[in-house]
Design a protein around this ligand. Structure first.
Ligand code: PLP
Length: 518
């Protein structure tokens, strides 16, 4: 492909993406395919001869889109958001096009320096304590990881290194292997699966401590567990507290957990993968009070801050522990300016690293702090709108307090109606929601995810939920379904048909009153 063709291809791809975004609301959010669908659409072997870009790009709609779950559709309310924005897409294109790797300052000075500066901008925007920032005196600083899972694992490895060194100094007669075998980590029973995985990968048992009735991990629970383990000769090493749990967006009590961790020399990592973005708005910052006790803090701009995957922002109070844990030198990695700026290969697991700071730069400049705050507030208000519908209908209940843009709700009674509601919603594929449980109660998580979401999308989702609930609580007898479809296809004058259908619908509770918003 020559440069002229690249220009055409690239422009056509941008046009395609713009059209895709404009038509997202009309596309079914959940694909209608069965496993193996792709095998019928593409050949088993790579083509012998080159194909044109027109053929390849044309196949995106034919082959790719039928199997796509549209994460940025305004009808996508599952998991947490997967951010996207035009400034971020363009920055990602530039980064791909430039194609540099920035594992040391020397391999691309701008990669490192822009990342240092962006992590300072972002940290200040969130109101993080100064010790986490690189612009203050001291060993703190920020780094972009690929995901929150990786950040939790990196924190665990640094904690392991720090505790092992400390114990070796305290007990020179203990072997490193003996110390490592006694290390133990803690989190709550609400922590993300990635926290358990970090324990598995890092060979450190992870205790899942019970959370309180608001799904939060409390200090007394942690202290009790730590003291019990200490009595049994184990060495408490690492605590992962979550701000914004995946299930219910609960916030562990950092103000209680922090002093215990500091007192016991246990590394405290804060996983704020989703909720962290909300801290750009001062009114949410009370939810992170106690963050000053943490050793590391991570959140995903790639979830709720309009920066596309992957971009996970991690800060540490003392980067020397990372460097000690991850420092492996080779002659070919050395350079003359070492020590003046971070060599980020020491702050992460892989050697190679992408130029991700570029998309933070584009997004922060083109939205500004105010634009990002407005965006977060807009999504939270939409969630409030949806919450209002649920609260005003006594067939439903809200499961936990709605603090951000996640609404957890269920149908009253045992779990069977909620299960049926979920099955019906997914079978119809009009909106995407997922299930979660808390203390045996099944509930539905509804997250305002897409940056395209508007009030009408909340109305749409509510109508879909409400009508399915009506079907469950008020099933229409089969013979009436038959009557209704017979009437609908009959040759009666339109006004008669409309009246007959309306009467039947009212009889079966299918005619909805206009929803009230509190
Ligand atoms: N932590 C929490 C609280 C999450 O909700 C998630 C994902 O939703 C993760 C961690 C994992 O994030 P990532 O996919 O960036 O590893």
């Amino acid at each position: 492909m020559d440069t002229d063709e690249f220009r055409e291809f690239g422009k056509a791809a941008v046009d395609y993406l713009a059209d895709y975004t404009d038509t997202l609301r009309e596309r079914p959010v959940i694909p209608n395919v069965e496993p193996g669908y792709l095998g019928r659409l593409i050949p088993d072997e790579a083509p012998e001869k080159p194909e044109s870009w027109q053929e390849v790009l044309g196949d995106v709609e034919r082959v790719i889109m039928p199997g796509m779950t549209h994460w940025n559709s305004p009808q996508f309310h599952g998991y947490f958001p997967s951010a996207v924005s035009y400034p971020s897409i363009v920055a990602e294109m530039l980064s791909a096009g430039i194609g540099c790797l920035g594992f040391s300052w020397m391999t691309s000075p701008v990669c490192t320096e822009l990342e240092v500066t962006m992590m300072n901008w972002l940290g200040k925007m969130l109101g993080l304590p100064e010790q986490f920032l690189n612009c203050t005196k001291g060993p703190g600083g920020g780094v972009i990881q690929s995901s929150a899972s990786v950040a939790t694992f990196v924190g665990l490895l640094a904690a392991k290194e720090r505790t092992t060194r400390r114990m070796m100094k305290l007990h020179p007669d203990w072997s490193e292997a003996d110390i490592k075998a006694k290390l133990i980590a803690y989190t709550s029973d609400q922590a993300n699966s990635s926290v358990e995985k970090a324990g598995l990968l890092g060979s450190m048992p992870m205790r899942h401590l019970p959370s309180d009735e608001h799904c939060r991990l409390r200090g007394s629970t942690l202290l009790e567990a730590i003291e019990k383990d200490e009595r049994e000769g184990l060495i408490p090493c690492y605590v992962v507290a979550t701000l914004g749990t995946t299930g219910t967006c609960a916030h562990d009590c950092l103000e209680e957990l922090g002093p215990i961790c500091n007192d016991k020399n246990v590394w405290l990592h804060v996983d704020a993968a989703y909720a962290g973005a909300a801290f750009v708005c001062p009114e949410f910052r009370h939810l992170m009070s106690g963050v000053e006790f943490a050793d590391s803090f991570d959140f995903n701009p790639h979830k709720w801050l309009l920066v596309n995957f992957d971009c996970s922002a991690m800060w540490v109070k003392d980067s020397r522990y990372l460097v000690e844990a991850f420092n492996v030198d080779r002659i070919y990695l050395a350079h003359e300016k070492e020590g003046q700026q971070p060599d980020y290969r020491h702050w992460q697991i892989p050697l190679g690293r992408r130029f991700r700071a570029l998309k933070l730069w584009f997004v922060m400049r083109m939205y500004g702090v105010q634009g990002l705050q407005n965006y977060i507030r807009h999504t939270v208000n939409l969630a409030k709108q949806f919450e209002g519908y649920i609260r005003n209908d006594d067939r439903f209940e809200i499961v936990t307090e709605v603090t951000m843009a996640l609404v957890c709700f269920r149908m009253k009674g045992d779990n069977s109606n909620t299960r049926e509601l979920l099955d019906k919603l997914l079978a119809r594929r009009k909106i995407y929601v997922i299930a979660a449980t808390y203390r045996e109660k099944l509930f539905i998580r509804f997250v305002v995810c897409s940056s395209l979401c508007e009030a009408r999308d909340m109305e749409f989702a509510w109508k879909e939920v409400s009508e399915r609930a009506t079907e469950i609580l008020n099933p229409v007898p089969q013979q009436d379904v038959a009557v209704m479809s017979a009437i609908e296809s009959s040759k009666e004058p339109a006004t008669n048909i409309a009246t007959m259908i309306k009467d039947l619908k009212i009889e079966h509770g299918l005619k909805e009153k206009a929803p009230k918003i509190s």
